[in-house]
Design a protein around this ligand. Structure first.
Ligand SMILES: O=P(O)(O)OC[C@H]1O[C@H](OP(=O)(O)OP(=O)(O)O)[C@H](O)[C@@H]1O
Ligand SMILES: O=c1cc[nH]c(=O)[nH]1
Ligand SMILES: [Mg+2]
Length: 211
């Protein structure tokens, strides 16, 4: 696994606003979109492209075009849904698959309640969206769903990660360079309830309200 921590003053600024308990939902949603756009810049560094001949008003030239097959973007419901619009804007040709996973608050095990992915993902570059990488259980299960369908090239975009979660994903996928995790920041630790410290609280609740 390759880890990339996006170190940029704009990202740090927006992340600080996002963490602030006083930030209302509407602003939180806007910040999540802006952050994913900034992270996507790094996360799509290896997106496959092909040359394309075009004619500008001045001269013919060869440009660059996103290559087939179309990339697959996979938001992890609920909280990952908040990152979808920002990512789709940057990757307009991408298709979208959905995974719904929820952590049991007692056991911290991820339970899958929705799975809407194509059966065959071989050759597809996959981009998993989930703002929080805490114990890593959710991300490991999500990556496995993609591997089971033949995906090999998987990039996970998270806003915050705990060192424990990064270690879990790293252990699970091993040395392979075609699995990447791009994060805005790695925080200190998990607390006894499995929340990232200092973190930002429950990302799903802050985006969409407590259910
Ligand atoms: O690394 P883990 O310990 O597995 O935790 C991370 C998961 O927890 C949150 O989802 P949650 O279960 O709260 O569901 P939600 O998005 O519906 O709020 C978050 O969005 C991740 O999916
Ligand atoms: O801190 C955390 C940990 C898991 N899920 C969240 O939404 N926040
Ligand atoms: Mg939640």
């Amino acid at each position: 696994m390759r880890l990339h921590v996006a170190d940029h003053p704009l990202i740090a600024h927006k992340l600080t606003l996002l963490r602030d308990v006083e930030t209302p939902s509407a602003t939180f949603r806007q910040l999540v979109e802006e952050l994913v756009t900034l992270l996507a810049y790094e996360a799509t560094r290896d997106v496959r492209t092909e040359p394309r001949d075009i004619v500008t008003p001045v001269a013919p030239t060869t440009g660059t075009h996103l290559a087939a097959p179309k990339p697959m973007v996979v938001p992890i419901l609920r909280a990952g849904l908040g990152m979808l619009e920002g990512m789709s804007r940057l990757l307009p040709t991408a298709e979208v698959g959905f995974l719904g996973l929820q952590r049991d608050e007692e056991t911290l095990q991820a339970i899958t309640y929705a799975n809407r992915l194509p059966d065959d993902l071989s050759g597809r570059q996959c981009y998993v969206l989930d703002p929080m990488l805490a114990t890593g259980g959710t991300l490991v299960a999500s990556i496995d769903y993609l591997f089971e369908r033949g995906a090999t090239d998987v990039t996970c975009i998270c806003l915050l990660a705990a060192p424990e979660g990064i270690a879990t994903v790293e252990q699970h996928v091993g040395e392979r360079a075609d699995v990447r995790v791009v994060v805005a920041a790695v925080d200190e630790r998990l607390n006894e309830k499995g929340y990232i410290v200092p973190g930002l609280g429950d990302a799903g609740d802050r985006l969409y309200g407590v259910v």
